[in-house]
Design a protein around this ligand. Sequence first.
Ligand code: NAD
Length: 336
Amino acid sequence: MVNICLIGTGRAGMIHGRNMAGKIKNARLIALCDPMEENLQKAQSELAVKYVYRNYRDALANDEIDAVVIVTPTAYHKEIAIAAAQAKKHILCEKPLTMDEQECKEIIAAAKTNNVKLQVGFMRRFDANFQEAKKVVDEGAIGDVTLIKSLTHGPSQPKEWMYDISISSGPIGEVNSHDLDTLRWFANDEVASIYAIGGNFRSPEVKENYPDYYDTVSMNIKFKSGILGAIDGAQYVQYGYDARAEVLGTKGSILIGEQGKNNVLIAQQNHQMTRSTMNSWTHLFREAYVAEDQAFVDCILEDTTPLVTGYDGMMAVKLVHAGLTSLLNNRIEYVS
Ligand SMILES: NC(=O)c1ccc[n+]([C@@H]2O[C@H](COP(=O)([O-])OP(=O)(O)OC[C@H]3O[C@@H](n4cnc5c(N)ncnc54)[C@H](O)[C@@H]3O)[C@@H](O)[C@H]2O)c1
């Protein structure tokens, strides 16, 4: 059994909490930690745990805890992950790993020195459709990969802090770090250059206070091997949550993802056919989060390398930074 402590009991935290409390083999959720009383109590009433903490340092002092899932706002990931590694706890950290590459390096080094697993929360890599596509691509069924496209659109109005791109990076960080990871994964390669353009189309009222804010972005990418990539991202699209990808090869193409919530298509007298859209990432990737959490527990028990490593987390952070630099300076950004 792996005894887990959930650190951060907000939106994404509760997904991992519910999984670890009942859906994951060989895992036991024994502790919750959150300084926000309201969230902590709500989590405690739903998830019966042995220990409850307001301060993560108290949780890390508990020898019964083997591993932590860090789901706090990104700004706190670094200090909590490093302290967890030093306390010899295995770490599943939500994406983005941190806000900058140097901090990622420090977390990776702490995990290595203390010999603990570090897995980063790119759950698309555990989604059955993405996994099948990856297998087919790697088997060569569509020939050589030439172009990978990926998009993520989020439905909700940004929270106030998200308009300040110095702390949120805007959609490139908030939503497209997943797409950047998807492209690296399918290309089996690293990015050589990025060119990003963007605009604020849906929130004109914030233009004065946040002139750099953009809600829509389009990125052109070139990998070191020459493979091409295209990503688009958007916030506040309102119609639903949308995540899709396409891999074009020399001998075929693969499409992944669709917006439909289910397969029910309703045809009516007005000659219109309708189908509900997917309203949240929590539904679209529900099973992927379970598989992600199971893989984390398995890699601890089997002493294997996590399927999404600290290095993957760091490369996504680096690419978010390169994309944002390109957008703000209106130039191609070369990645070393
Ligand atoms: N994989 C995904 O697709 C995905 C989706 C959503 C969020 N996330 C990531 O998950 C993280 C959390 O996002 P969220 O939307 O759940 O945020 P949230 O605001 O809903 O929840 C964060 C929780 O962390 C708590 N917290 C703050 N400081 C803490 C500390 N020092 N110790 C313990 N708890 C603390 C807050 O009180 C809050 O309850 C972010 O890094 C975010 O980018 C990933």
